[in-house]
Design a protein around this ligand. Structure first.
Ligand code: WT7
Length: 572
């Protein structure tokens, strides 16, 4: 395929000459940027907040927070004090100790970040949860990780099945007039009275940082554990990829319940001492453009679905706002369509820089850099110091332009360190003890640019959110009318994919529009709104292997009118 590359604009960039830097880059050089280089004792919260509070950045704004009712800002010095208070509060009202898991389940607010970094100061492992999760999703994650504490709001509390989680000892509630009892603590009541001095818990580089649950094609969601050391790559990509400079105002639109919202919502910008904008509330085209104008955003990191929705809102709307502060725009999460890249150039006069990575990689891995030409539709080139290759199923590297498994050589700094409670699953990601196999298929062209082709497995990416079909199928099967269920991703022009379910009914149930809605509500309430099938098609029977496994491949072929391929394993 011939594409017109969009050249880089001249400017001062941290990564000025990709080929030179990539030729021999040594990650241990980056360790010298941190205060722990000599001591070896680390804490993300110190590097992201306190270090700046003790420097010339003391009175620099760390966080701008805005939603319908609040508009606040906190300097690095203020963040240090608030996170110290939060740490003291968490410590004195619980039995929490270093290494324990604390989950965060609440809408974006400054308190969310006080609590997150307070927990990190204590040496806890933080488990972020997406606000839309319902009881089943919460239970699975807290149960698997033996979580000891959760911070949430009175509105979300009913979704936390406290009585079924024997390890869960403390619930911190963020709200008004909280009734306290032996396991419920009023966070706001104690926050302002807590001491603003706190002795940080110093950790080893390999100690836990965050635990993100993410979906695969089989089984329940897996707990991906990242170590403190991930900060090395998060910091360096903050410079090379986000190109963060001292005077930047940076906005990452991702929710902190997902890895983008931790690694690039707060870690990367704060590790580099950059001012970060957090916008609460829902997506709206006007609200987003207004935020760029009001804060004077210079670096903006978002996702293809959002860009497509902005595109759909029309170019006239763009003209109503002053977006001239924008210097650098980036995207992650799903394939970034070439027409979106061209739209960006047209309406913002900015190239949208695609970046590829995943929960398991812990930080950006393949990227388009501001100093490099962009080929619209390509994910870009590997981050210097990381070896990415296309390999076959035996782990042999393939030549340019051959499609295969997108794989990363083991040992990059922010690589996941564990699948929680599941060492054999962890091992299964690595081929020949050398390649981490991503589950994506791709090819590399002669110039070293990587091109995404699809998922090798059945994982669904809908509006940039990763949904495991098995989780949805399991929930569907709990519905009294459902006998069998198979779930696939169906291509969609805005959302990338939508979730489509094929369902066979139990005797005594007939297909109807009411039943469709009832089943959709059932999944929404039990799992999460984004996991509910947008389409449900009833079938008498679903294609299964002789061992009883639903053949999603066949469902997909039906849906897309493709040949069904080898059916030798299918039951009669
Ligand atoms: C999967 C990982 C960490 C970022 C958010 C998603 C897909 C991610 C791209 C891209 C095409 C992409 C892949 C990947 N993906 N970025 N630039 N182009 N696909 O993290 O939830 O762990 O999902 O998202 O399929 O495997 P995630």
């Amino acid at each position: 395929m011939k594409v017109e590359a969009i050249p880089a604009k001249q400017g001062e960039h941290h990564l000025h000459n990709y080929e030179d830097i990539a030729a021999n880059f040594d990650w241990t050089e980056v360790e010298k940027e941190f205060s722990w280089y000599e001591s070896g004792k680390v804490n993300m919260a110190y590097e992201a907040i306190d270090r700046h509070a003790e420097s010339y950045r003391k009175n620099k704004v760390a966080l701008y927070y805005k939603d319908q009712s609040r508009n606040e800002s906190y300097t690095f010095y203020e963040m240090k004090r608030m996170t110290n208070r939060a740490a003291n509060l968490l410590k004195s009202h619980s039995e929490l100790e270093k290494g324990d898991r604390m989950f965060i389940f609440m809408p974006r607010s400054p308190e969310l970040y006080f609590a997150m970094f307070g927990a990190l100061k204590m040496g806890l492992i933080v488990g972020p949860l997406f606000e839309a999760f319902m009881e089943g999703a919460i239970y699975d994650r807290l149960d698997d990780s033996d979580a000891k504490a959760i911070i949430t709001t009175p509105e979300l509390l009913p979704r936390v099945p406290f009585d079924r989680l024997p390890h869960l000892k403390t619930v911190f509630l963020v709200g008004e007039e909280i009734e306290e009892n032996d396991h419920t603590v009023d966070f706001m009541k104690h926050l302002h009275g807590a001491s603003d001095k706190f002795e940080i818990e110093w950790l080893d580089k390999e100690d836990g940082l965050v635990l993100h649950y993410t979906s695969g094609s089989t089984g329940k969601p897996k707990g991906v554990l990242h170590a403190q050391y991930a900060m090395v790559q998060q910091y360096q990509t903050g410079k090379w990829v986000l190109d963060l400079q001292e005077e930047d105002i940076y906005w990452c639109t991702a929710d902190p319940g997902w890895v983008t919202g931790t690694a690039y919502g707060v870690f990367a910008p704060w590790l580099t001492g950059t001012t970060t904008v957090i916008l609460g509330g829902r997506f709206s085209p006007d609200g987003w453009y207004k935020a760029i104008e009001d804060f004077g955003v210079t670096v903006w990191y978002s996702a293809p679905t959002a860009f497509r929705m902005l595109m759909g809102a029309g170019d006239a709307l763009v003209k109503e706002y002053d977006l001239s502060t924008l210097r650098h725009v980036l995207s992650v999460g799903e394939p970034l369509n070439p027409e979106v890249v061209r739209w960006g150039v047209q309406v913002f006069d900015k190239r949208i820089h695609d970046t590829w990575w995943m929960t398991e990689t812990g930080a950006q891995t393949i990227c388009n850099y501001p100093s490099m030409a962009i080929k619209p539709g390509s994910m870009g080139k590997p981050v210097p110091g990381i070896k990415v290759a296309i390999v076959d199923d035996q782990g042999n590297e393939l030549a340019p332009n051959q499609m295969g498994n997108l794989a990363i050589e083991k040992g990059w700094p922010s690589m996941m360190r564990q699948i929680w409670n599941n060492p054999s699953k962890y091992e299964s990601y690595f081929l020949n003890d050398k390649w981490y196999v991503s589950g994506d298929s791709a090819y590399m062209d002669e110039e070293g640019y990587f091109w995404f082709q699809g998922r090798v497995d059945d994982v669904i990416m809908t509006s940039g959110e990763r949904v495991g079909p098995f989780e949805v199928e399991s929930k569907l099967l709990e519905h009294p009318a459902v006998a069998e269920a198979g779930v696939i991703g169906k291509p969609d022009p805005v959302r990338g994919e939508i979730i489509k379910a094929f369902v066979a009914l139990n005797a005594g149930h007939e297909p109807s529009e009411e039943l469709v809605q009832d089943i959709q509500q059932f999944v929404k309430k039990g799992l999460a709104a984004h996991a509910a099938p947008k389409e449900i098609e009833f079938k008498d029977k679903l294609p299964k292997t002789r061992s009883g496994k639903i053949m999603r491949r066949v469902l997909k072929a039906w849906e897309l009118d493709l040949p069904t391929g080898d059916l030798s394993t299918m039951e009669d």
